[in-house]
Design a protein around this ligand. Structure first.
Ligand SMILES: Cc1ncc(C[n+]2csc(CCOP(=O)(O)OP(=O)(O)O)c2C)c(N)n1
Length: 351
């Protein structure tokens, strides 16, 4: 291990650079696919790469994360396969969800990515269920939920914070405050001026962090993950970040914010800052980082080719994987559900 001035192993720093540049190149390709009409409802995460990268650098496949409608960066940081992701974006049968989830509903259980979700705030209570499963099973796995500043105003956050606090669940709440919920400014919609401050009401740590600094994100995430693994309970993190594009690609962000504001945040770009740090501290050369960038471009291009060449799902498979066969042998977060009553789920119509 080679510790740097930041106290972070140089291999971890390079790995985080690779993750962030891969997210950016993936999102650029996603936009090209959307512009050519093959993908609808793209919510770009460009600008926010450091938030899940700094957090997921502390997580393994057995730890859980939950995302939002804007979750490509979460998935990539957690190690979801780029080819399967891009195929999912294009609705192809080779996608993570066999093409039935699309950009807003990517999930990969094997990687611990338990789901993006288009319903704002909905994953917050689900995430503490996963945290509870880890506690009941006695593992040291943690559950992390990412959500936006808009979602922070959903009552579900408060219910989940309360339960996680009283039961000391291994849960981490990460608010990605990108300053807008669609076009509504944070200052207008969020009382008290901070999401992190809300932790005080539950007597848990609330941390405000520069979400455009992957070094800072890595540090606060490490503390939160350490607390959760040690049985010391949840942490609420508010990462201040910015989305460079509009809410979902078809809106004009300059209708509700200024070019000066956009420039202000772009000057603090997370990839540029890590690049400068790595070069100035002789951890990597510009040429080495350019090579990693080129590798990211190539793997994204390969993912796009794979996705474009893949078939759409067979219409006969429309109802496959839609209705669960729970409780017959179903596994939820590693928990066997045998013996639970038959919930009498609806069977799909035959025609
Ligand atoms: C329950 C619910 N209400 C409203 C919407 C419509 N909607 C989609 S995204 C969004 C804004 C969410 O803002 P935020 O949580 O800050 O996330 P961001 O888009 O900034 O990443 C809204 C209102 C929705 N999908 N679900």
């Amino acid at each position: 291990m080679t510790l740097t001035t930041s106290g972070i192993d140089s291999k971890v720093l390079i790995s985080m650079f690779r993750t962030m540049i891969t997210i950016r190149r993936f999102e650029e390709q996603s936009k090209r696919e959307a512009d050519s009409g093959k993908l609808r409802g793209l919510h770009s995460s460009i600008g926010q790469e450091a938030v899940p990268t700094g957090m997921c650098a502390h997580l393994g496949d057995k730890d859980f994360i939950f995302g939002t409608h804007r979750s490509h960066h979460h998935c990539i940081a957690k190690g979801v396969d780029l080819r399967q992701m891009m195929a999912e974006l294009l609705g192809k049968s080779t996608g993570t969800n066999k093409g039935k989830g699309g950009t807003m509903h990517i999930a990969d259980i094997d990687k611990g990515m338990l789901g993006a979700n288009g319903v704002v705030g909905s994953n917050i209570p689900v995430s503490i269920g996963a945290a509870l499963s880890a506690q009941v099973l006695g593992t040291d796995h943690v559950s992390v939920v990412f959500f936006g500043d808009g979602a922070a105003n959903q009552g579900a956050l408060h219910e989940a914070l309360n339960l996680a606090a009283i039961w000391k669940l291994p849960a981490i709440f990460v608010c990605e405050n990108n300053r807008y919920a669609e076009s509504t400014p944070f200052e207008y919609a969020v009382a008290g001026g901070s999401v992190a401050n809300r932790a005080a009401g539950y007597d848990i740590p609330g941390v405000l962090v520069d979400g455009q600094s992957v070094l800072d994100m890595y540090e606060v995430s490490g503390e939160a993950v350490g607390r959760a693994r040690a049985g010391e309970g949840p942490t609420l993190i508010e990462a201040q970040t910015y989305r460079y594009h509009g809410h979902f690609g078809a809106d004009n962000p300059l209708a509700y914010r200024t070019e000066e504001e956009e420039e202000h945040y772009k000057e603090k770009d997370c990839i540029k800052r890590l690049t400068d740090y790595l070069v100035e501290n002789a951890i990597a050369t510009t040429e080495e980082l350019d090579k990693l960038d080129q590798e990211a471009v190539e793997s994204v291009a390969e993912a796009a080719k794979f996705a474009n060449d893949s078939p759409f799902p067979n219409p006969e498979e429309l109802f496959d994987d839609v209705y669960s066969d729970y409780p017959k042998g179903a596994l939820v977060a590693g928990m066997q559900l045998d013996g639970l009553p038959d919930p009498g789920l609806v069977t799909p119509p035959s025609s």
